[in-house]
Every structure is written in structure tokens, then in C-alpha cells.
Design a binder for this molecule. Sequence first.
Ligand code: MD6
Ligand code: FE
Length: 217
Amino acid sequence: MSTADLFGGLLAPPPETPVAPGAVLLHGFALADAPAILAAIGAVTAQAPFRQMTTPGGFRMSVAMSNCGPLGWITDRRGYRYAPLDPDSGQPWPAIPPVLLRLALAAAARADFEHFIPDACLINRYAPGSKMALHQDRDEHDFTQPIVSVSLGLPATFLFGGLERSDKAARVPLVHGDVFVWGGPARLRFHGIAPLKDGSHPATGACRINLTLRKAG
Ligand code: MD6
Ligand code: FE
């Protein structure tokens, strides 16, 4: 009898869900490290404060962002790109906190991506009502490398589409401590986040923090 049968599928949520080929959701994988990661991200965003960036089309994003690592993802009127310096301060982005780097490597390995070498971590902060429109992550150079995505705080609905923008998106609930790893055939799928519902979480208050670690350069 499997563990899931033993617990009737109720007490023990599955430790991982294959969402699509190349995409696996590791339930609660970051739960134990969440307090240390949130403290470290607090130190990062004291150095490189959250800001709402502008899209090339001139829209202000509802999600507030910062970065850590050798490269950081930015957008402005000139386009989307990775940059080694925080444009707000002219300084390098803070380093990726060791506790976060260790977790990301462990999650990638668990999803069979053994040689993940992230050099960028985008930090997204969602307030209630914030959302992320359907997009592809294609500003990185090497699409053989996965993306490791850590969800903290308020729950969200991840919209997981296909390789065409018009493909119907599945709705995947993401909660505090979940780690979503995707690469391989899933790497260029369209995805987004539905408008965040109101609420308060003991770990973060009235927001959701998402950390995506990538190999960008
Ligand atoms: C978010 N995540 O979860 C937004 N992109 O707030 C992403 O856009 C994302 O989770 C690439 C790979 C994993 C992700
Ligand atoms: Fe993305």
C-alpha cells in the first residue's frame, strides 16, 4: 500500500506533482528553510529595494521586483534584459543568499537537473490584486537550464499554458513553501499569475514573495 493510500490522500499531501513533462511541483520543499530565506531576502531588499518597473510598452508592473546574484532581470522603456548593476543604485545586485542557493540546487537535483548553476534570482513581491500576465522566460541564453521557483507567503494561482500564447492555461495552486522546477520541454511554456487574493500570511503579512533562480548569462 502506498503512503498516499495509507493517509487516504488527506493527511499527507503528495510530496511532488508532475505538472507537465519537464515541470515538477515539490510541495513544501522550502518550508523548513522559509524563515531563513525570508530573513536573507529582507537583507537583500534593504540593499536593493523593491521597485515597480516599467514594461517596454510603458506600463508600470503591478508586481514589485528586486534581484540578487551576478545578474538581475530588469525592464524599462528600452526592453527586457539581464544587467549586472541595479539601475536604481548603480551598484551590483546583492549575492544570492547561501541558504537559497543550496535549496535551489537541491530542488533542481530532485527534479533531475543535476548541473544547475544559477547566476540570477528575480524577487517578485505581489500585493493583493497584483498579477503577472502570460509570458515566456526567454531572456536567458541557455534553455537547457531549468528555472527553480520558490513561493512564500500568500497563496497564488499559477497559470501554466503551452508553447503558444493562445494555448489554454492550466491553473496550478501554489502555497507557502512550494518549489516549482521546470525546464526541458516545459522551459518555454507561457505562464502567469492570476490576481492575488486578499489575505494575510504569518510568514509575510499581506503579500506573496516569489523567487525564481535562473542561469541567465
Ligand atoms: C511567480 N513566476 O510565480 C512568477 N517563470 O510569481 C514566473 O514567472 C516563473 O515561477 C519561470 C519559471 C518559473 C516561474
Ligand atoms: Fe516567468
